[in-house]
Design a protein around this ligand. Structure first.
Ligand SMILES: [Zn+2]
Ligand SMILES: [Zn+2]
Length: 149
């Protein structure tokens, strides 16, 4: 960890002695890690006010708003999104993942010769669905066609 400059150290000690805040707020004011503040407070024999315990949800929202305010992707925090709150990669990531899951199930069942719809019974020869599912599929296709008229 980077050593604090003499100026920062004096500032840090002053804030601790005056109990200007808890470890987190003093750390932010001086620009060091909260653990450094705690260590120095211990050395100085000062009991700092307790840090506010933030709920997990609160921490998540705080991160979200901080990244949003900084104009960074709220998911990876690495790049600035062109629009919205997530970068292209993170936005597509979820959709792509879902697509992969669906596709892999399809090919796995197809390879095994199992119906890709119900995954319970073997598919009809040369097709990807069983008799029931194929019939159901045809019926539902017909229904959507009729209802669109
Ligand atoms: Zn991202
Ligand atoms: Zn089936």
């Amino acid at each position: 960890m980077a050593r604090l400059s003499r100026y920062k150290l004096a500032h840090l000690h002053q804030l601790i002695v005056e109990r200007k805040g808890n470890a987190a707020t003093i750390a932010r004011a001086v620009g060091c890690a909260p653990s450094t503040v705690t260590r120095h407070a211990l050395l100085l024999g000062v009991a700092l006010p307790r840090m506010q315990v933030q709920s997990r949800q609160g921490a998540i929202m705080a991160r979200y708003y901080r990244l949003k305010a900084e104009g960074l992707c709220v998911s990876c925090a690495k790049v600035a999104p062109a629009k919205g709150v997530k970068c292209r990669k993170c936005r597509l990531g979820k959709v792509q993942h879902r697509r992969n899951v669906v596709a892999s199930r399809y090919y796995r069942l197809k390879e095994a010769g199992t119906c890709v719809s119900c995954a319970k019974v073997p598919a009809i020869d040369g097709q990807v669905r069983c008799t029931d599912c194929a019939a159901y599929q045809r019926a539902s296709l017909r229904n959507t066609r009729c209802s669109s008229d």
